[in-house]
Design a protein around this ligand. Structure first.
Ligand code: ADP
Ligand code: NI
Length: 220
């Protein structure tokens, strides 16, 4: 199988499925994650490039927020088998897709180098200017308020509290987005996360200044 043809066919496959996705997981999210993954891989120079690119492209097709996870995984498997990719590479891709989600809370030592790179690439798209845009898009999509004086920031949430509990989009920055920089797996990912993190901090400072309230206490 020709490398470039496989990547291009995968991109078309994903684009068709996620074209109209409106919660912030649209094709352009995938394209940005794919680009980030290639930048990180170029610098880190570790891991199987084909597996990284395929997993970056396919990573949201089995996301439990968007679809049934098992169904999504078989769709990916069926597609890659049809493309003639080897069983061992298919398995690697499926494993990455299953382990990188924030809500899964899989610890770093259990991630392959390819999974680490794709996870960093995905997380970079959740922070910075793009991350701010996506957070408010997700918040609007799920009917959540921008900010609520009566909703405190939650700390050390369980998976179901993270997914099902009531929050606000501003709280989401403290509950997740500001934690991501220090959880990056690779040096390159961490370096790329720094500016994006600083931009969110200054956005939040400005937000609280404009509404005349004290900012949320930083999580230690
Ligand atoms: P992952 O894809 O790693 O599992 P999530 O599904 O939690 O991560 O998040 C995907 C995107 O949706 C991120 O940009 C994230 O900030 C945003 N998001 C998730 N939950 C919320 C929320 N409660 N409020 C605002 N944005 C959210
Ligand atoms: Ni994603």
């Amino acid at each position: 199988m020709d490398y470039q043809a496989l990547i291009e066919e995968t991109a078309v496959f994903v684009k068709t499925i996620l074209q109209a996705e409106s919660s912030g997981h649209d094709w352009f999210h995938i394209e940005r994650v794919w680009r980030n993954a290639k930048i990180i891989h170029d610098k880190e120079d570790q891991g199987d490039r084909l597996v990284i690119e395929l997993a970056a492209l396919l990573h949201d097709l089995a996301d439990e927020k968007l679809t049934d996870e098992a169904e999504g995984l078989s769709k990916i498997q069926y597609f890659l088998e049809g493309e003639g990719l080897s069983e061992s590479k298919i398995e690697k891709v499926l494993e990455i897709v299953q382990t990188i989600s924030f809500s899964k809370q899989v610890t770093k030592d259990k991630l392959s180098i390819e999974a680490k790179i794709v996870q960093d690439a995905d997380r970079l798209d959740a922070i910075g200017a793009v991350g701010i845009a996506r957070a408010f898009t997700y918040g609007g999509h799920s009917g959540q308020l921008i900010w609520d004086a009566d909703k405190p920031v939650r700390k050390n949430m369980t998976k179901s509290a993270y997914r099902n509990g009531e929050t606000t989009t501003i709280n989401h920055f403290y509950e997740k987005l500001l934690l991501l920089k220090d959880q990056m797996n690779t040096e390159t990912g961490f370096a790329m996360a720094k500016d994006r993190d600083a931009f969110m901090v200054s956005f939040l400072d400005q937000f609280f200044e404009e509404i005349g309230r004290d900012p949320v206490d930083y999580i230690e």
